[in-house]
Design a protein. Structure first.
Lengths: 417, 318
């Protein structure tokens, strides 16, 4: 009996003892962040752990690769006040939701100033909500128009030109690959078209009591007209309504698509998988809806937030500041093709080699249309997908009032979506 | 003997439906003599199981009902409050609920129908006693053993032009072809189980019965429709009920293959979107409760409609 008791005591005590491991007051910080296949996140975490002199150790907890699934997993933990979440790699669209729900600690004083200095204005704005900074900008992203030089006489600057040019190509090369599946990527496309046409999904997004659908009738009809036109033209991929980033990248690699709207990861993929294609791959600014009015490319990226339920906020803030340092952003850019948020990093020679289109990318990030910073963003995105999917079903005249109504419902978080 | 009789009472048929006219009075007598202490002991013995059942199924269902009567969004905790049936009104007045119900019905009816037809066909073939039947049974069960998510991905790849070795058509790009892929996946996975269960039913049909029918000059079709089918009717009904209840809640296949695109969203997916995506526990629980109600109505209605057949089954073969 005594023996049994001794064994039981050992079993119970073991994890407690292990939890104190590391020595010198070092704590383990759990960093929830999307899967990054190049390993640049992992190496950055290791670098920061090493340079902390035993104050903390960053343990990466990989999230799924798809943005919707990432959010669902993190949000479930935060809603349950999970104390094992310290650092969160947040998609740029989560800021308002997480801040309003009280899941984040704000960045204030010198700390806030430190992670804002030298950061591009667009990415910095995605980390702010109602006048406060809620996360440290880490990586950014935007889409470019990728095209096959050998199949392009003049580079299109508007969607109309793009669709017309693609449809005129021989069969088997006509596809303009865009993300048309029913997921966040589709909302990204819709949001850029609306902004480029001169309107927006939500006005007063950061005021939950006043937020309402924007969607001026004329520009919205024009933006939806682009979706309809592409989806019903020969330039539409047969799998448009299920196409994600991966599918559109594949269409470019296989040659079925002559044009694609996509993130810089396409360039890295072509270089790695089809080096012969690199010389034929051109890039240009995201096309405009209306000729003469500048296009508004998508804005993506990841910010680093500190959970309100973390028992180690001091260490977590320090770790986040370390992860987003210039050196680590350079690592992410050169190894993982992740566009930096610190302006100076783009001038680094190694980064410039990885992004020969670096100047255009920076210009795109500067001109990009952020998605609405409303705490009900997930609902708004669901509403967009519900009304406007599949792309071929879009009917501009009918869908403008429907979209407006559904988004108002979504902002009230009352109706079924 | 006595213990056997009292055991039979628990799950067995009520007295008026007993098999032989002679058996009924005898059993009624025994029932009267059943000691009070014994019954109490039976209750005591089953009490732990009942408590566990209540804890793991009764409590969540009750909590779900309670949540469905509140405005409760985890992102806006300050706005939490009791709203009565408002969530149900919002759900039932939303067109998306009804279109999702229709999509669920389409998948359920067609998938279960296909499973029964194919399953019965396979069972009839296996009944012939082919050589290597044991190996065949094992091979047959493979699809059932594969994780649904994996099966869903396999069929998705099969239906995607850039990845498929079979087709250059985007099956998941349109509504009805998407349904076809989803239904095929479901049927592919469940048919083996249906076949095995029906095979067990067929095995219980006495060979003499079939022999007699043959001697009486019944044709192949007559023997199948007039003798075999009625004989396995109870098993068939149980399989039908089981598969219907399973398919009404279909989630993984649709989630992986279309995520509800092209009008293929099912009620489970709708509930998931409200709960996991929007964190709207009130609305999501209302959808879940309605789905639960639907499953309950199917189960109860089915049992009531075919009560005679099910009794037959609980009596066992012979």
């Amino acid at each position: 009996m005594r023996k049994v008791r001794a064994v039981l005591a050992a079993v119970v005590a073991a994890p407690l003892v292990a939890g104190c491991g590391g020595g010198g007051g070092g704590v383990t910080l759990h960093w929830y962040v999307g899967q990054e296949s190049s390993g640049s996140y992992r190496e950055a975490a290791q670098r920061c752990t090493d340079s902390s002199n035993g104050r903390y150790r960053i343990a990466m907890e990989a999230l799924p690769s798809n943005a919707d699934a990432q959010r669902q997993l993190v949000v479930r933990r935060l809603a349950a006040r999970d104390r094992t979440v310290d650092l969160i790699g947040m998609d740029v669209i989560w800021t308002a939701e997480f801040a309003e729900a009280g899941w984040l600690r704000p960045w204030v004083g010198a700390r806030g100033a430190q992670v804002s200095a030298g950061v591009l204005a667009g990415p910095l704005a995605t980390a702010r909500y109602r006048g406060r900074l809620w996360a440290a900008p880490f990586t950014s992203n935007s889409q470019l128009l990728w095209y096959r030089k050998s199949r392009t006489a003049t580079v299109p600057t508007t969607w109309d030109q793009l669709i017309t040019a693609a449809a005129a190509l021989p069969s088997g090369q006509q596809v303009v690959a865009v993300q048309g599946a029913r997921y966040e990527g589709y909302t990204v496309w819709v949001n850029s078209l609306l902004a480029s046409a001169g309107t927006e999904l939500v006005v007063d997004a950061d005021r939950p009591d006043r937020a309402r659908a924007g969607l001026a009738a004329g520009p919205t009809r024009q933006a939806l007209g682009v979706i309809r036109r592409l989806a019903t033209s020969p330039a539409a991929d047969r799998g448009l309504s299920v196409a994600t980033e991966l599918d559109t990248r594949q269409a470019m690699l296989s040659g079925a698509a002559s044009y694609s709207l996509n993130y810089p990861a396409v360039y890295a993929a072509v270089r790695a998988e089809q080096p012969g294609l690199v010389d034929d791959l051109g890039w240009a600014r995201y096309p405009a809806v209306v000729g003469g009015r500048p296009s508004r490319p998508p804005l993506g990226g990841v910010n680093l937030g500190v959970s309100a339920y973390s028992p180690h906020p001091e260490q977590a803030f320090d770790a986040a500041a370390c992860l987003r340092s210039e050196a680590n952003q350079e690592l992410g850019a050169t190894r993982g093709s992740l566009p930096p948020t610190i302006a100076a990093v783009y001038d680094d020679p190694a980064v410039a080699r990885q992004f020969p289109f670096g100047r255009l990318l920076r210009e795109s990030i500067a001109a990009a249309a952020p998605r609405p910073a409303t705490p009900a963003y997930a609902d708004v995105s669901l509403a967009v997908q519900q009304v406007l999917h599949p792309p071929a079903s879009v009917d501009p005249a009918r869908d403008v009032p429907r979209l407006r109504r559904t988004i108002d419902d979504a902002l009230a978080s009352k109706a079924l979506l | 003997m006595r213990r056997a009789a009292s055991e039979q009472r628990v799950g067995g048929p009520p007295p008026q439906e007993r098999r032989g006219p002679a058996a009924a009075p005898a059993r009624r007598v025994r029932r009267k003599r059943r000691p009070r202490a014994g019954r109490r002991r039976a209750w005591l013995l089953t009490a732990p199981a009942v408590v566990v059942m209540l804890a793991v199924s009764g409590f969540p269902v009750g909590y779900g009902v309670w949540l469905s009567l509140q405005r409760y969004d985890l992102r806006f905790p300050a706005q939490r409050g009791f709203v009565g049936l408002a969530n149900y009104a919002a759900v039932l007045s939303a067109p998306v609920f009804w279109s999702d119900l229709a999509a669920t019905a389409v998948i359920t009816v067609l998938a279960v129908g296909l499973e029964l037809v194919l399953g019965l066909g396979i069972a009839l073939i296996l009944r012939r006693g082919l050589a290597g039947r044991r190996a065949l049974n094992a091979a047959l069960l493979l699809p059932y053993g594969i994780i649904t998510v994996v099966a869903a991905f396999a069929w998705q790849y099969l239906a995607t032009p850039s990845l498929s070795f079979l087709t250059d058509r985007a099956w998941l790009g349109e509504r009805w072809s998407s349904f076809a892929v989803i239904i095929a996946t479901e049927a592919w996975k469940a048919t083996p189980l249906v076949a095995l269960l029906l095979l067990a039913g067929l095995a219980a049909v006495p060979e003499e019965l079939m022999e007699t029918a043959r001697l009486d000059g019944a044709s192949g079709w007559q023997r199948f429709a007039g003798v075999l089918l009625p004989a396995i009717r109870p098993v068939l009904l149980v399989v039908l009920l089981y598969r219907t209840l399973d398919t009404v809640r279909v989630f993984d296949t649709v989630f992986i293959q279309t995520n509800g695109a092209n009008g293929t969203q099912t009620l489970s997916l709708l509930a998931y979107d409200q709960l996991a995506g929007r964190l709207n526990l009130g609305l999501g629980s209302a959808v879940s409760m309605l789905l639960f109600l639907l499953a309950a109505v199917i189960a109860v209605g089915f049992v009531w409609l075919f009560r005679a057949d099910l009794r037959e089954l609980s009596r066992g073969p012979g």
